[in-house]
Design a protein around this ligand. Structure first.
Ligand code: BG6
Length: 303
């Protein structure tokens, strides 16, 4: 029996959840229920798509240049950044945004919610490679519930006898009509560090509008925020708990060209990242034996 056949037997839900082999030997979970369609690559537990039936256009953006290959981060969707966000704090040779997004994960549970949404829980496989990067006894688990809303719960458990600290993000790329017609609301008055200006501190004045590369970590904010899209005439609400940082990022022309996988020539204009995170001074200390849970829920509505 091949691995997809096994997965379908153990975790498939007739007509609602199935597993399929795709490029590069990777496997994708496909969800199709009364409320939405969604897909998630088992490598990285990487959400690649979510489109509620109420929406004519997907809510999650996936680059048309995204590469599905073993050990390579997928461009778009929701990369899971863990156990560090951005560059590693002391070793720049370690992978950016941690290793969870490129590690193989295994499915541990699936089910149907009372309202008909589909639930899938995964955890990463440990290996010599992950232990070399993260020599702590820990357990990570991601649950995705796809329905009219999309909910993700990322649980970090310290299974060892010494405390450790993590930074993390659910680094979602949202689909928008055009970056020039999009705003991010809900962060007015919040303090941020501007990574474009080499970590310059600032305070958000009103709604965020985009006129160039933007790469900001908003700190000490548990606020709900929203992507407001004048072109698609919709608002995507982002409600969270267990997260005190929100990262807002668009690469703009030059950086997108350098990156090369943002959907040439101008795919980058159709997305903005709003990342539910704990970063910089909001790093989370997880005490021995304790658990920390980060939750985010997205809802798209007309505007
Ligand atoms: C954002 C960072 O979260 O992710 C940016 O703030 C970074 O600085 C971006 O460029 C994309 O990172 P990567 O590693 O997926 O190219």
């Amino acid at each position: 029996m091949d691995s997809t056949e096994k997965l379908n037997r153990q975790f498939g839900i007739g007509g609602q959840l199935g597993f399929r082999a795709v490029d590069g030997g990777l496997v994708v979970a496909e969800i199709n229920n009364a409320h939405a369609t969604a897909s998630l690559c088992l490598q990285g537990a990487h959400l690649m798509a979510w489109q509620p039936r109420s929406q004519a256009v997907p809510v999650i953006w996936l680059s048309r240049d995204a590469v599905l290959a073993s050990g390579k981060a997928i461009r778009g969707g929701t990369p899971v950044c863990w156990p560090w966000f951005g560059a590693h704090v002391s070793d720049p040779s370690f992978p950016a945004h941690g290793f969870a997004r490129t590690a193989p994960w295994r499915v541990i549970e699936s089910g149907s919610e009372p309202d008909g949404a589909t639930r899938l829980t995964l955890c990463p496989e440990e290996s010599d490679k992950t232990r070399a990067l993260w020599p702590h006894d820990s357990r990570l688990e991601l649950t995705v519930i796809a329905g009219e809303t999309l909910r993700m719960e990322l649980v970090t458990e310290n299974t060892g006898i010494t405390d450790f600290e993590i930074t993390e993000a659910l680094h979602t790329y949202f689909r928008i009509g055009d970056i020039g017609a999009a705003r991010v609301g809900g962060l007015a008055g919040c303090d941020y560090r501007d990574k474009v200006g080499g970590s310059t501190p600032g305070k958000q004045d009103g709604t965020i509008r985009f006129t160039g590369e933007t790469d900001r970590v908003y700190v000490n904010t548990a606020a709900e925020c929203a992507v407001e899209d004048d072109m698609l005439k919709r608002r995507i609400r982002i409600a969270k708990s267990g997260s005190l940082s929100t990262v807002v990022w668009t690469p703009w022309t030059e950086k997108a060209n350098r990156m090369g996988d943002m959907g040439q020539p101008d795919g980058w204009r159709e997305t903005v990242c709003v990342e539910t995170a704990n970063a910089l001074e909001n790093a989370v200390k997880v005490a021995a034996g304790a658990r920390h849970t980060l939750i985010v829920e997205y809802r798209a509505e007309p505007m």
